[in-house]
Design a binder for this molecule. Structure first.
Ligand code: GLN
Length: 278
């Protein structure tokens, strides 16, 4: 590529395809980077293969590729991701939202009414709270996180999507009790043992605070349920994302903490992924 002062996209795509194959990194990661640098959509990239990269775009491309080749997740490199049809800013203080989590939003939306009060615990980048508030603007939505850096990111995202959400920097529940109709959380649920087996893209870059939970990954579900009394009424429903092997443990925990009904729902891969508790 160095021999061509302004290489066309067709040449670059060819090189990126080779890099992807030889390094075992998905081609889609390279395409996301190239689209970011050219500020275009994926379809435009393939329709206009003769457009060229100027020198500053080339420099940026090389810098991004070097980070990708050091296993940095592509969404931290470009500083954004997409969730439930919207663009969100992300940075290493927040977990990169996973596609499975869109299923949590899908599960919640048909079960809430516009007048309700909702709490999103451990909001991270804010994707769950914002997707729900944007779909039903009359809802009252509160969101919490322990990390002030994560909350800054969530607040920016809320502003970008014109969502009026009250954020609290706190451990799980807001400091002053109010009752919620719906309590949602995708808390950390990976046990310390499972964490060490995760790929380097996750272990070396994503916040451990957002991933690891003690008690075989059950720590935060237990704390959320057992501390919920001042924040719920008799009809309050909890929606959790869970690890695919945690359904039996969640069922047991819910019964132990005084709940009567636990429904387990699957994600698009057919794995147990969500628990609805009341
Ligand atoms: N609620 C955020 C998400 O689902 C953050 C989750 C977390 O940090 N465990 O992406």
């Amino acid at each position: 590529m160095a021999e061509h002062p302004n290489p066309p996209v067709s040449d670059i795509l060819r090189r990126l395809e080779q890099e992807s194959q030889s390094r075992g990194i998905p081609l889609s990661d390279y395409v996301i980077i190239l689209c970011e640098i050219l500020d275009c959509r994926r379809t435009e990239l393939y329709l206009d293969r003769n457009q060229t990269l100027n020198p500053s775009q080339q420099t940026r491309l090389e810098a991004f590729l070097s980070r990708l080749h050091h296993h940095e997740p592509v969404h931290y490199i470009i500083g954004k991701t997409w969730f439930y049809g919207r663009e969100f800013l992300v940075n290493p203080a927040v977990l990169i939202p996973r596609p499975e989590t869109e299923g949590l939003v899908e599960l919640v939306l048909p079960r809430i009414r516009p007048s309700m009060r909702i709490l999103d615990i451990g909001t991270g980048s804010g994707v769950i709270a914002i997707s729900i508030k944007a779909a039903l603007p009359d809802l009252t939505v509160d969101a919490t996180d322990l990390s002030s850096e994560a909350l800054s990111c969530a607040q920016l995202n809320a502003r970008n999507h014109h969502c009026d959400i009250t954020f609290y920097e706190t451990d799980l529940y807001p400091p002053i009790p109010v009752t919620y109709d719906t309590i949602i959380s995708n808390p950390p649920y990976i046990s310390p043992g499972d964490y060490s087996a995760l790929p380097p893209q996750i272990r070396d870059f994503e916040p451990t605070l957002a991933l690891i939970a003690r008690e075989q990954g059950m720590q935060f579900y237990r704390q959320i349920l057992s501390r919920s009394q001042p924040y719920r009424h008799s009809q309050t429903t909890f929606f959790f994302e869970i690890g695919s092997s945690q359904a039996p443990m969640i069922g047991k925990l819910a019964l132990e903490t005084g709940f009567h009904q636990v429904e387990i729902k699957k994600d698009l891969n057919g794995l147990d992924r969500f628990a609805v508790i009341n």
